[in-house]
Design a protein around this ligand. Structure first.
Ligand code: ARG
Length: 572
């Protein structure tokens, strides 16, 4: 059990009469400032208010009653009624000893693992993937990694948009304007061109094109053999291109069930909703009314076509029957908020009320002009060229900082740093905010960036190289950790926070809780490294202990970055 959890249980057990133990426990948090100890319990103010008591007196009462041993002595009462917990140095040192040989870095398995479906990335195929899709892909991947690390059963599901109106546009384009040679050379590029071509003409107001494209979509859905055969011919090319991108990003899925997979189930879903009197006729369409929204949730349009909503309902039923998830996470742009609010409400009324459905919403990536990010051509930037640009930008930084590496080594470092920079810049945001895409900021060696953390990791490896030691040798030696300098102690407290950080990030579905933690850890390491010589430590100061601390920090950075989907290098 992690430190925070242990403290919370002790405070829950000591909750004064009239208090709700879980609320009292939840108000225990790591403290932001070491002045106030390592953890703070802030539940006394709210509780005193509801009980009509004096908060400071209540806090003293709790301080006397709570038993935090062996982690810490009685907490100190501060301010209006805060309780400050200071861990015992000796306990910290022994807890760190125990971590030295623990490959999980203190993360223990849950008593009851949860089954969590993560629906992420989910691009509309055959359209060029754009920068907005990076957010779903990167955030979803990170959450899947974090839940897995915590011992839960995770199903990574790429809900591909492979059945939508873009195919109608492509089919129309293919039949009227295709370039066979271009298709033979680069099929996906040609399909994207046809899509854009159709889209541009529709945007320009050519309603004949719009009608024709809609007709092609309808024919595809109705099972027209020609359109169906073309769709089957296009799909493998689209999937292959996506696969290459995922491989480069280090992202993988357990299942990739697109909208087309659910098509045969849509009839049955709507019938079932009608039988259960959940769906009703309204202005020619079939809809479900929910308390959550004034607008009806349309499951069959007045022209008889099923839509995004119908598919999502079929998807829910399939997932429920196949995996019985405890949690279903939808990592999708916040602009789809209304859709998911209604969808979840309908699912609950339909009977799927055991699952915790969550729309893991995120904001928009903005350009320097604070408008949605575009390239010079005015197009929403393609994801692939963005990744290439990231690596090229990183290469400039690497060439400047590491002239001693060979060109091949520098290229490898640039790949790791460039992709890491993009992912980290995204994950470090509170996901609900929009953020401005800025190469200089995201590749900076100082500040809250991927490169800064990767550099901290590489620095630790360079200490080992200089000292002629290996991580394995340190593990075998199992030196006892000694905390003589305050910077060592502060670093030790941070290392022990790794498991609880993952729990908090998973509970709030926010990878930025992990990035904040890693940034804090790297800063603490920097302070330690300035104040505590490692290789030149006097024998009384135990160089082995400091090397062991370095090793723990290195492993925590590596594992933490891995949970963000980011690699490390030994030199940079
Ligand atoms: N394909 C959709 C889009 O690109 C996202 C799908 C999200 N997942 C879902 N189950 N609705 O906007």
């Amino acid at each position: 059990m992690n430190v925070l959890e242990r403290l919370r249980q002790s405070f829950a057990a000591a909750t004064p009469e009239g208090g709700e133990p879980s609320a009292f426990a939840a108000a225990v948090r790591p403290s932001g400032d070491a002045k106030f100890g390592d953890y703070q319990a802030n539940g006394c103010m709210a509780l005193a208010k509801s009980l009509g008591k004096n908060p400071r007196e209540l806090a003293s009462q709790v301080a006397r009653a709570v038993d935090l041993e062996p982690l810490a002595p009685s907490p100190e009462v501060a301010g209006p009624g805060f309780l400050n917990v200071r861990l015992r140095d000796e306990w910290i040192a022994r807890a760190l000893d125990a971590l030295s040989n623990d490959s999980t870095l203190g993360v223990s398995s849950p008593a009851r693992p949860k089954t969590v479906v993560v629906d992420y990335s989910s691009p509309n195929v055959a359209k060029p993937m754009h920068v907005g899709h990076i957010r779903s892909t990167v955030i979803g991947d990170s959450l899947a990694r974090i839940f897995t690390a915590l011992g839960h059963r995770v199903i990574r599901d790429n809900h591909l948009g492979d059945w939508g109106s873009q195919f109608g546009m492509i089919l129309w384009g293919w039949k009227n304007h295709r370039d066979e040679a271009a298709y033979a050379a680069e099929p996906v590029r040609e399909l994207a061109r046809l899509y854009r071509f159709a889209q541009d003409r529709i945007k320009a107001g050519e309603s004949a094109v719009e009608d024709a494209a809609r007709n092609e979509t309808a024919k595809l859905h109705a099972g027209d053999p020609e359109n169906r055969a073309l769709w089957e011919q296009f799909m493998p090319h689209c999937l292959k291109a996506l696969e290459a991108l995922y491989e480069r990003l280090g992202v993988s899925f357990d299942v990739q069930l697109g909208e087309s997979f659910y098509d045969p189930m849509l009839d049955g879903v709507v019938k079932e909703l009608e039988t259960k009197a959940l769906a009703v006729e309204s202005e020619g369409a079939t809809v479900v009314f929910t308390e959550e929204s004034k607008a009806p949730f349309i499951v069959r349009k007045s022209d008889g076509a099923y839509n995004y909503a119908t598919t999502d309902l079929a998807t829910i039923r399939y997932r429920e029957e196949t995996w019985h998830p405890d949690e279903a996470l939808y990592v999708v742009d916040s602009r789809q908020g209304d859709h998911f609010k209604q969808l979840f409400a309908v699912a609950r009324r339909w009977g799927y009320n055991r699952t915790d459905f969550e729309h893991v919403a995120f904001g928009t990536i903005l350009g320097p002009d604070r408008r949605p990010f575009k390239t010079r051509s005015g197009d929403v930037i393609g994801l692939e060229s963005l990744l290439d640009e990231a690596v090229a930008e990183a290469r400039k930084v690497v060439d400047e900082n590491s002239p001693d590496l060979t060109p091949e080594e520098r290229q490898h470092v640039a790949e790791v740093v460039g992709l890491g920079a993009i992912k980290y810049a995204d994950l470090a945001q509170n996901r609900l905010s929009d953020y401005v895409f800025d190469w200089n900021k995201m590749l900076a060696m100082n500040g809250n960036t991927g490169a800064y953390l990767q550099y901290a990791y590489a620095r630790i490896q360079s200490i080992f190289r200089k000292g002629n030691v290996t991580a394995e040798a340190i593990h075998e030696l199992r030196p006892a950790i000694v905390l003589t300098n305050p910077a060592e102690r502060a670093l030790g407290v941070r290392i022990l926070r790794f498991p609880e950080t993952l729990e908090l990030a998973a509970a709030e579905l926010k990878p930025n809780i992990l990035t904040d933690y890693l940034f804090d850890l790297a800063n603490q390491f920097s302070t330690f490294f300035e104040e505590c010589p490692v290789l030149k430590a006097e024998s009384a100061e135990r160089p082995d202990s400091r090397l062991a601390l370095c090793d723990l920090v290195g492993r925590t950075l590596k594992k933490g970055l891995d949970l963000l989907g980011i690699d490390v290098v030994d030199r940079m």
